[in-house]
Design a protein around this ligand. Structure first.
Ligand code: NPG
Length: 375
């Protein structure tokens, strides 16, 4: 369902950018490294019609993608925020076009667009979920479990999340920590909805190992090969029974269309940050829905800002698989919004108040801020 009525234009007065350091409740290990603190940039758009909030989901180092926080910090201040401010008055659906001349930096574009969108929708009195085309008021919640010390520790961690009520488990894998880890989880918990995420850690030469995962009846294997291995993913998908899902490779609607045309993926993970914004994310959802391809909402360890927006996105009808929209306390002891996402019967509620539908906890925001600038 494409967005039919665009949100109103707002008159921009400035952007505040804040670098936050949020301690994680436990270290999060993927095939590309271990994080103990989430470094993230929060964006506040100041407009004549009120403020709006967004989040730039870059990480401290360019390991998941080529974007990283200090690069984002620079490009936002030097080019992207000034380009929007030069326009003066801008509607959310025009933001991508204004920023299009600048190559890449999609996470920064997404964060700026979300702040403008939030300001506009708050002024219009419309929730982000309604605006994007949500058709449900709560979404099933999956959890992403990092690589643990050994398979036994992984089983313990998964047990805790299942007890908490998460309806789908995703485990991170990497070479040497794949078949045994997956086997241990299957042996311990039987036929739970289970999927694996490789974060680009393999090559086609590993196809035999990856095919061993077929016996575990996984929902999907996520991003086994490199971001630009779009042809190799198609070759691999033919070798595997497990459906191949792409994450890192899908940087735009165009990339999604290409991947589907080539048979590189049969399921797509949608992350607004990775694709340059929530409006592009909806375009990918629409494309996949028309093609009968299931999508699910990925996560980037968002604060309450991005988590609220992800819940709104995941409420669209094409999101037929549970996403990584978990409760805030899966990562943080304290969030920066007054009503952090909580798990209720394995589900997360979709905010209904105007804009993001959440309010900022200014004490928490201030407490976690390590750098601030106004453009
Ligand atoms: O629930 O927010 C979450 C985390 C989900 O595993 C998750 N995210 O590769 O998808 C990923 C991974 C990630 C996190 C990637 C942070 C990049 C940054």
């Amino acid at each position: 369902m494409p967005i039919t009525s665009p949100a109103s234009a707002v008159r921009l007065e400035g952007f505040e950018l804040l670098v936050l350091h949020l301690p994680l409740v436990s270290p999060f290990t993927t095939s590309f490294g271990t994080e103990t603190v989430r470094e993230v940039i929060v964006v506040r758009a100041r407009t004549a019609d009120g403020d709006g909030w967004g989040e730039i989901v870059t990480q401290q180092a360019p390991l998941y993608s080529s974007e990283y926080t200090q690069g984002a910090w620079d490009v936002a201040q030097r080019f992207l925020a000034p380009a929007l401010l030069d326009r003066g008055t801008v509607a959310p659906h025009e933001v991508a076009g204004v920023l299009e001349p600048f190559v890449g930096h999609r996470m920064v574009k997404a964060g700026l667009e979300l702040a403008v969108l939030d300001a506009a929708l708050r002024a219009d009195g419309i929730s982000l979920a309604t605006h994007l085309g949500a058709t449900t008021d709560r979404i099933p919640s999956g959890v992403s479990v990092g690589i643990q010390r050994d398979p036994a520790a992984l089983v313990d961690a998964v047990a805790g999340y299942l007890d908490a009520g998460y309806v789908r488990i995703k485990i991170k894998i990497k070479p040497g920590r794949d078949v045994d880890d997956t086997a241990a989880v299957r042996a311990a918990f039987g036929e739970i909805p289970l999927q694996v995420d490789a974060n680009s850690a393999y090559t086609l030469a590993d196809a035999d190992t990856l095919a061993e995962l077929d016996r575990f009846d996984l929902l999907l294997i996520e991003q086994p090969l490199q971001e630009d291995d779009i042809v190799d993913h198609a070759t691999l998908a033919k070798r595997l029974q497990t459906p191949v899902c792409l994450d890192e490779s899908i940087v735009s609607r165009k990339a999604a269309a290409d991947a589907l045309a080539l048979g590189s993926a049969s399921i797509i993970n949608i992350k607004a940050g990775r694709v340059g914004g929530y409006l592009e994310a909806v375009a990918i959802h629409d494309l996949c829905r028309d093609a009968g391809v299931p999508v699910w909402c990925g996560g980037m360890l968002e604060t309450g800002i991005g988590r609220a927006a992800n819940a709104a996105l995941a409420a669209l009808p094409g999101f037929t698989l549970p996403g990584d929209v978990s409760a805030s306390d899966r990562f943080y002891t304290r969030d920066i919004v007054t009503e952090p996402v909580v798990l209720e019967d394995g589900h997360v509620r979709v905010p209904t108040a105007p804009g993001l539908g959440v309010e900022i906890d200014s004490d928490a925001l201030e407490g976690f801020t390590v750098e601030a600038v106004t453009v």
